[in-house]
Write a protein that binds this ligand. Sequence first.
Ligand SMILES: Cc1cc2nc3c(=O)[nH]c(=O)nc-3n(C[C@H](O)[C@H](O)[C@H](O)COP(=O)(O)OP(=O)(O)OC[C@H]3O[C@@H](n4cnc5c(N)ncnc54)[C@H](O)[C@@H]3O)c2cc1C
Length: 210
Amino acid sequence: MFQKVPENFDIYDFIAVGAGPANLSLAIQATESADSRTDRWLILEKEQEVRWHPGMILPGSRLDTHFVKDLVSLKDPTSRFSFLNYLADQGRIEDFLNCGNTSPYRADFDRYIQWVAEKLGDRIATSTEVVSIDIEDGGDYCVTVVTTTGDSKIYRARNIVVGVGFKPRAICGLDLTHPRVIHSSEFLEKTGPSRWRGSVSRRIAQPSSH
Ligand SMILES: Cc1cc2nc3c(=O)[nH]c(=O)nc-3n(C[C@H](O)[C@H](O)[C@H](O)COP(=O)(O)OP(=O)(O)OC[C@H]3O[C@@H](n4cnc5c(N)ncnc54)[C@H](O)[C@@H]3O)c2cc1C
């Protein structure tokens, strides 16, 4: 049974659903921007930890984008949440800049996302899946979540930001539940990193990259 919302229940100015790059970028704006009019916000993430597409962290694979296109630099090059500051924090800024490639490794971008999430601290509630969003009579939103322990909880907010990414999609009628059909989003989970040899067996269909 879901608990009833008490009358005096705290209300957030915004609740962001999903702790992917879109909402982490928004969170940085809310944290650092002089224009930010609120510190009453929260991100709800269904997974136990904040990760960036862990199923596609293939050894040696890189993003196809420049590191400056991180979560914040194009908006504010001086931000402490930049990819460059992440590298500096790890003592690896010279190594990265001398490696001759401006696109981060996917593994590095994943760690950068986790580093940002750690800095945001309890602004992100993990293991918290949003299962419904309703509008109350007064126009506020009522967000119902379930945690991995099976508990349910209700949050209230004046605004909702949905950043839940994409759902795996099959093409040509392929059945994603078939054991020999693997979507890219769960490639490592299904094949196991130890079995990755740098090439995809022709027996494995990869129906969609995103
Ligand atoms: C397999 C894959 C590989 C990709 N590779 C690249 C790449 O190399 N370069 C590139 O530029 N783009 C890539 N993309 C595109 C990708 O969409 C963006 O990089 C970026 O991750 C999008 O950010 P997002 O925040 O919108 O969504 P996501 O990164 O998908 O994050 C959504 C988050 O919402 C959470 N969530 C979902 N439903 C709920 C719920 N009900 N309650 C709470 N939390 C929820 C998820 O767990 C997830 O953490 C890739 C996408 C996929 C699927």
